[in-house]
Ligand binder design. Structure first.
Ligand SMILES: [Zn+2]
Length: 466
């Protein structure tokens, strides 16, 4: 089955056919570095990481480019700067380092290119100039604006028709983020205001608007037309709509072929927001739940569905994760003589069903269900041979890399430690048996079984296995 991707641009699943054979140009809207990233960002970045790894798994060669917005400035940031007595540069550097740290802790692969907006001002100026030359842009008192009435495809991504746009007093929006209802000419270049960072340009001192950076940087590193553009659902309008308008007006070519958007993370059913206080940073979440569980939790729900971040859902994910870890342990410790043709047949079925789920618009939720189903089969086999286990382990290792990235499922040192504790628990149970305290010995057996440890009792001792 070919890889199918839901393309926001056309509102349906389409077969993925990159422009240049196996090579895939993949652009991701990165963070604005004015704060620590939160778990909403984490869900997106984990999923983009999974897409790039799965493309490689299927023999594609993705080239991933992601931006870092280190310019965007608003009153809140200006206030924060004053409060902290920090320079603009100190503030963005601080949060940029925090972002890199969080990426590492989530086991994310670094993009091929991480591009900083402030290092691409020339490219942005050139693009604005091009739009002025082609009369898609015009000068106003406070900066340069894109004239949406000149671009006939305006609204094709967000599915709005420019004719329906409300006539505002000025018919211009100065803000970076606004509703569909207030769609109007948007700012490409803002003239200098006191206290704000600025650059020199042919149109005077000032700074770029937010939207222009992604057009300038994606086209610089991936060409005027490329394959995938990804971002959060909130980016569809106005950010991505405006990116399409600027880029396609300037080049006359299709900008990105596929547009992929991530749904929200809810906190106990509600949208996360700072004012409600239901806001968790990646750092706090990793500290509390561990990166392995976080990555897995986000992948248990399909990316085009909202996911509810609750203790109960995390517990559910943890129970599923344990089954996968247990299967790895069983396979790694297999030393029996049973080649189990039956299991190997199911293994071939798993490969097909797992990949057909992933090829259906990256249905990670279904792929995990298939994977866990097969893990349970492994548990039911007695004395599996090393050779059969090895064949399965090779495939498991590959899908583990796609799902868990650079995070280890369990590290061997910890494995040794847990063995020590299992033996202590069994020793206590033996003691309970010898004292005829069967209530305690049964309780210990039950607890060990919950962790996937089977105890084989002999007359006066006990051995154990996963
Ligand atoms: Zn962007």
């Amino acid at each position: 089955m070919a890889l199918m991707i839901y393309n926001t641009l056309n509102g349906k699943k389409e077969e993925f056919k990159p422009i240049n054979g196996k090579k895939v140009g993949f652009y991701i809207c990165g963070p604005t570095v004015n704060n620590h990233i939160h778990i909403g960002h984490a869900r997106s970045y984990i999923f983009w990481d999974l897409i790039s790894r799965y493309l490689s798994f299927q023999g594609f060669e993705p080239r991933v480019v992601s931006n870092i917005t280190d310019i965007a400035i608003d009153d809140k940031i200006l206030k924060e700067l004053k409060k902290l007595n920090k320079s603009f540069f100190e503030l963005t550097t601080h949060y940029m380092l925090s972002y890199f740290f969080d990426r590492k802790s989530l086991g994310l692969k670094e993009p091929d290119i991480n591009c900083l907006a402030t290092q691409h001002i020339n490219e942005m100026i050139e693009l604005v100039q091009k739009l002025l030359d082609k009369k898609y842009a015009y000068k106003a008192d406070d900066g340069i604006y894109f004239d949406i009435s000149k671009f006939k495809d305006y609204g094709k991504l967000a599915k709005i028709k420019p004719k329906e746009l409300k006539e505002g007093a000025s018919n211009r929006v100065k803000a970076e983020e606004y509703d569909k209802d207030s769609a109007a000419d948007f700012v490409l270049w803002k003239n200098y205001k006191e206290g704000e960072p600025y650059w020199h340009s042919p149109f005077g001192k000032g700074r770029p608007g937010w939207h222009i950076e992604c057009s300038a940087m994606s086209m610089k590193y991936l060409g005027e037309s490329f394959d995938i553009h990804a971002g959060g659902e909130d980016n569809i309008f106005p950010h991505h709509e405006n990116e399409i308008a600027q880029s396609e007006a300037a080049t006359g070519k299709t900008f990105s072929k596929y547009w992929i958007h991530m749904k929200h993370v809810l906190m106990n059913g509600e949208k996360m927001s700072k004012s409600k206080g239901n806001f968790i940073t990646v750092k706090d979440a990793v500290k509390k739940y561990g990166a392995l569980l976080l990555r897995f939790f986000f992948l248990t729900t399909h990316y085009r569905k909202n996911i509810d971040f609750t203790e109960k859902e995390l517990e559910n994910a943890k129970a599923k994760l344990k089954k996968i870890i247990l299967a790895f342990k069983l396979l790694e410790s297999a030393k029996g003589s049973n080649d189990s043709k039956e299991l190997m047949k199911k293994f071939e079925d798993l490969k097909k069903s797992f990949e057909s789920a992933m090829n259906d618009d990256f249905n990670t939720s279904l792929a995990i269900t298939q994977w866990i189903g097969f893990c349970k089969e492994i548990q039911s086999i007695k004395g599996l041979s090393r050779a059969s286990a090895k064949k399965i382990l090779i495939y498991f290792g590959r899908i583990k890399d796609v799902f868990f990235g650079d995070i280890e499922l369990f590290d061997e040192k910890k494995g040794d430690e847990s063995k020590k504790f299992i033996e202590i628990a069994i020793d206590i149970r033996n003691k309970a048996r010898s004292l005829k305290n069967f209530e305690l010995s049964d309780y210990a057996r039950k607890k060990l079984e919950e962790e996937g440890i089977k105890i084989n009792d002999s007359k006066d001792s006990a051995s154990w296995e996963y």
